[in-house]
Ligand binder design. Structure first.
Ligand code: PLP
Length: 416
């Protein structure tokens, strides 16, 4: 009799967005005349750059001609894209990488979720709290998280609170972890990590033989000069960190799908006992082996589209799009501050994190804003125990909806 992976049975239901949808549906049924404004979306809304579309059309035409047709893409990405990544995303910031330290994939969700394949299940894993849920759930699936308790915590995970008091960058945990997930600019808090903060974490990882899994999916939103775009801007990081990047939020590829993961060759681990070769093991080699076995590459057409994001018109368009979202972020941040809310984020990230007034819980504020303002956001408690009492708004709506949404929230707050 076959058995399923019992770790999947330990997973709590993923109720957050289902619950939100249920409450919105009930409100709409009761108030069909009210237009709902959605400020909880974590998905981009602006279209792809014309340069990207042109590149994908050209690549598409090549696929219809026997002389230029392409079959399987290289497992780790076409050189034309890996070279652009190395030049524009790293060399321009003083980081030297070789193209074969870059692994092109279909998404940072898959890569941050799959990276555990090359790591022992015995590793102690630390996550920020609140957190992008993929890190937690994929470790639970692998059996690294232990059991899920009634307090909303996995008993083998190390939770690192991220609060206004620490600027949403965690302090070192009491129990020393082997693997540390960091995400900056941060989803959901909108926090950013300074070079000093990252230096401390890199030092800590090197000292303790820990691995940092650094998700910088939102690096393109960084506006302040002292915020590193890559963890490799910090000395020593190449020996202790893997970095995840994505074209999703930087170039509107959420539906098109393209991302990449950087694993420097100097990043090594002690070999598992009994493993072939003994000595040190290259994570670059292990991930290369993993991807070659489980991924047949990313579509040529998509990779040509991603390449075009680095062209002059592609980069200009990308900057303008991010400028559009960040103007929304500014309007939300300033509008809510004026309305009396305590607000964070929205400066180097498209997320605004706000405190529910008084003793309101995250869900209380959700219901209140839905009921009195017709605005939908995301309860902070859905991202982890320390998200309780907070609320996430995103800058991805249209300008009109952002302005109207902020006005409605301010009016509802004034009536409290
Ligand atoms: N990492 C973070 C922190 C995210 O917020 C998201 C998407 O919301 C992703 C990764 C997923 O990126 P991708 O679209 O490349 O899978």
């Amino acid at each position: 009799m076959f058995k399923v992976n019992e770790n999947y049975q330990k997973l709590p239901g993923s109720y957050l967005f289902a619950d939100i949808a249920k409450r919105v549906a009930a409100y709409t049924a009761a108030h069909p005349e009210k237009r709902i404004i959605r400020m909880g979306i974590g998905d981009v809304t602006r279209p792809l750059a014309p340069a990207v579309i042109a590149a994908m059309e050209k690549a598409s035409a090549e696929m219809g001609d026997a002389a230029t047709f392409r079959g399987y893409a290289p497992d780790h990405g076409y050189d034309f894209l890996r070279e652009k990544i190395v030049e524009f995303d790293y060399k321009s910031r003083g980081v030297s990488l070789a193209p074969d330290e870059v692994f092109v994939s279909d998404g940072a969700k898959s890569d941050t979720g799959n990276i555990g394949d090359i790591l022992s299940v015995d590793n102690v894993v630390a996550v920020c709290d609140p957190v992008y849920p993929v890190y937690v759930d994929t470790n639970a699936m692998a059996g690294r998280a232990g059991d899920y308790g009634p307090d909303g915590r996995w008993n083998k995970l190390v939770y690192m609170p991220c609060l206004p008091e620490n600027g949403f960058v965690p302090d070192f945990p009491e129990k020393t972890p082997d693997v540390i997930y960091l995400c900056y600019p941060n989803n959901p808090t909108g926090g950013a990590a300074t070079a000093d903060a990252l230096r401390r974490w890199v030092g800590y990882a090197l000292e303790n033989g820990a691995l940092i899994l650094y998700d910088s999916a939102y690096e393109a939103y960084i506006a302040e000069p002292d915020i590193p775009h890559s963890i490799y801007e910090i000395d020593g990081a190449k020996a202790c960190a893997i970095e995840f990047r994505s074209f999703s939020k930087t170039a509107g590829f959420t539906g098109t799908r393209c991302a990449y993961t950087v694993i420097p060759k100097e990043l090594e681990s002690a070999a598992a006992a009994g493993g072939a070769g003994g000595g040190r093991v290259s994570l670059n080699a292990l991930w290369g082996r993993r991807q070659a076995t489980k991924l047949n590459g990313v579509s040529y057409i998509i990779q040509r589209g991603a390449e075009a994001t680095y062209s002059d018109p592609g980069r200009e368009y990308g900057k303008a799009t991010i400028g559009h979202y960040m103007e929304n972020a500014r309007l939300i941040r300033e509008g809510l501050e004026k309305a009396g809310f305590s607000v964070w984020g929205g400066v180097n990230a498209p997320y605004i994190w706000l405190k529910a007034p008084g003793k309101l819980s995250s869900w209380d504020l959700f219901d209140l804003l839905l009921d009195r303002a017709g605005v939908v956001g995301t309860p902070g408690s859905g991202f982890g125990p320390h998200g309780e009492g907070y609320f996430r708004l995103t800058a991805f709506s249209s300008r009109e909806d952002t302005i109207e949404g902020v006005g409605r929230i301010a009016a509802a707050a004034a009536a409290l």
